[in-house]
Design a protein around this ligand. Structure first.
Ligand SMILES: *[C@@H]1O[C@H](CO)[C@@H](O)[C@H](O)[C@H]1NC(C)=O
Length: 511
């Protein structure tokens, strides 16, 4: 009986939400992820004024107004250089995080924000639209790096029982960034001919805040221990993050993870792609990122204004409805933070893609009947809002969380590089193709998006396993069965982790 009681006492301490962990999360998410969202939306509302600036600058230089075709080309370049920069940024992830560390990369990345912020801020004064286009590539690089490195950094800082919730915080700040740009873009605030240079330049502020405050917080202990081999600093970092002296249990778990993959070293992308033992994780991450982008979330935002317009919302009120949609996005992401540890990743992904699929089908029907049935436009608005809610609860935030969780230390940077490239490439493609798609298919373009949602949902249903509250090592063993491949490290390690006795057992037991 006494024996039994000993068994009942919790061997594993639940990771607490310490103030160091909270502040490191908020500062890195505000400094990096916020900017990503802000720059997605920042050029939407002032676009007429910016185009007028392009035109009048051309006029001053060459004495004739700009050809409409050239203006269209330059404007679409200004918009699409951002996701292209994002792709470039993603390609830089693996080398940077392994050299400079996770926190180091975030600090370095601020260069790609402060410089273009100044460039965009002065573009009007120095009368140059070229500066804006170049600056958009640079902030794109900043976004490409942040979108990958913040989830990686926070995922490695968090105790496993909080990893999902903390992993969604970057996405939360992306939505807050979008909302902030929508609010500042209201005509009477900064969305006017005088305000736009300031509005574009404001993106440098979060970068400066991060540059000053983030150095006070610890680097990822996993990076310090595994990549740097620096036991002392890793222990200190972990002690600060967990708010207790004794962190041996977690260090042991990291060492085990390290041991199990020591032979692998740092995986390059090419090695990652050819690694049988990581095949399903990699395919899953690619499918989820494709699903996230090709499900048409940006197209919905793009289309929203015309949907609101046809529902009879007055032109000057549309900006407020847009802000309302942004606010719904923020609130649903907050909800995701609070339910992800209870509901799990898989369920939120399934619900989210399911809701988006249904919303797209209904939207197609509603748009089709728009002309003939008087109340149909309201159904369209409802569909847009339901879609935004569905996307915010799963497809938007969860893929980043899962990318951190499905890979171990040696393959994580390469995995993020692949995931990030897929993400930005799809983002870029939708932006480029959707206008043509809409012209050709009209409302039926949303059928295409619903098919993507459905296909992603089916894949997740069949392949993706729940990763909540598991150590990185346990997740990789779970997938090892699927990959039918032995993990490097072989039998003895497997025994010590899964076996009834041995040090690692305590990490597995839940009670
Ligand atoms: C450029 O500005 C001139 C007036 O300054 C205007 O007539 C012309 O339509 C504008 N061009 C475009 C493409 O907007």
């Amino acid at each position: 009986m006494a024996d039994q009681q000993d068994w009942g006492t919790p061997v594993e301490r639940k990771g607490r939400l310490t103030s160091v962990l909270i502040l490191a999360t908020l500062i890195s998410a505000f400094g990096s992820s916020f900017q990503y969202g802000y720059n997605v939306a920042v050029v939407n509302s002032p676009s007429p004024f910016m185009k007028a600036f392009y035109n009048s600058t051309y006029m001053e230089r060459y004495g004739t107004p700009m050809e409409p075709e050239l203006l269209t080309l330059l404007w679409s370049l200004s918009v699409s250089m951002y996701p292209l920069g994002g792709l470039l940024g993603s390609l830089m992830v693996a080398p940077l995080v392994n050299k400079l560390g996770r926190k180091g990369t975030l600090l370095f990345n601020n260069m790609f924000s402060v410089v273009p912020a100044v460039m965009m801020g002065v573009s009007e004064t120095v009368r140059s639209y070229e500066i804006i286009i170049v600056a958009r590539v640079l902030v794109g690089i900043c976004a490409g790096l942040s979108s990958n490195v913040v989830p990686m950094y926070l995922g490695e800082l968090s105790p496993k029982n909080l990893r999902g919730a903390i992993g969604i915080v970057p996405q939360l700040f992306i939505t807050i960034g979008i909302l902030s740009a929508q609010v500042l873009g209201i005509r009477s605030i900064l969305g006017n001919s005088a305000g736009w240079p300031l509005m574009l330049g404001l993106t440098g502020i979060p970068a400066l805040v991060e540059l000053v405050l983030l150095p006070l917080f610890p680097e990822s202990p996993r990076f310090l221990l595994i990549q740097r081999g620096d036991n002392t600093t890793a222990r200190k970092a972990l002690q600060r993050l967990r708010g207790r002296e004794d962190v041996e249990d977690e260090l042991t778990e990291m060492r085990l993870e390290h041991q199990s993959e020591r032979a692998e070293g740092q995986l390059s992308v090419v090695r990652l792609l050819s690694q049988g033992s990581l095949r399903w994780q990699l395919i899953s991450v690619i499918v989820m990122n494709m699903g996230q982008q090709l499900s048409g979330v940006n197209a919905i935002y793009y289309y929203a204004d015309s949907i609101y317009g046809s529902a009879g919302v007055q032109e000057r009120h549309i900006q407020f409805v847009t802000v309302g949609t942004g606010a719904v996005n923020v609130f649903m992401t907050i909800a995701a933070v609070f339910i992800v540890e209870a509901a799990g990743r898989r369920l939120l992904l399934l619900i989210g893609f399911g809701v988006c699929c249904v919303a797209c089908v209904l939207l197609t029907i509603a748009l089709k009947l728009q002309e003939s049935v008087s109340w149909m436009p309201y159904i369209s608005i409802a569909c847009v809002i339901i879609y935004v809610m569905g996307h915010a609860i799963g497809p938007s935030p969860i893929p980043y969380v899962v990318t951190t969780e499905m890979f171990r230390q040696s393959s994580r940077p390469a995995a993020f590089m692949v995931a990030g490239s897929v993400h930005w490439l799809c983002n870029f493609t939708v932006g480029l193709v959707f206008p043509f798609l809409e012209r050709g298919l009209g409302p039926y373009s949303f059928v295409l998006f619903s098919v993507v949602c459905l296909a992603t949902l089916i894949y997740i249903w069949m392949v993706v396993q729940e990763t909540k509250n598991k150590t990185f090592l346990e997740v990789s063993q779970m997938f090892a069965k699927k990959n039918k491949a032995e993990l490097n490290g072989g039998e003895p390690l497997k025994g010590s982790v899964l076996g009834p006795e041995g040090t690692a057992e305590c990490f597995r037991s839940e009670t």
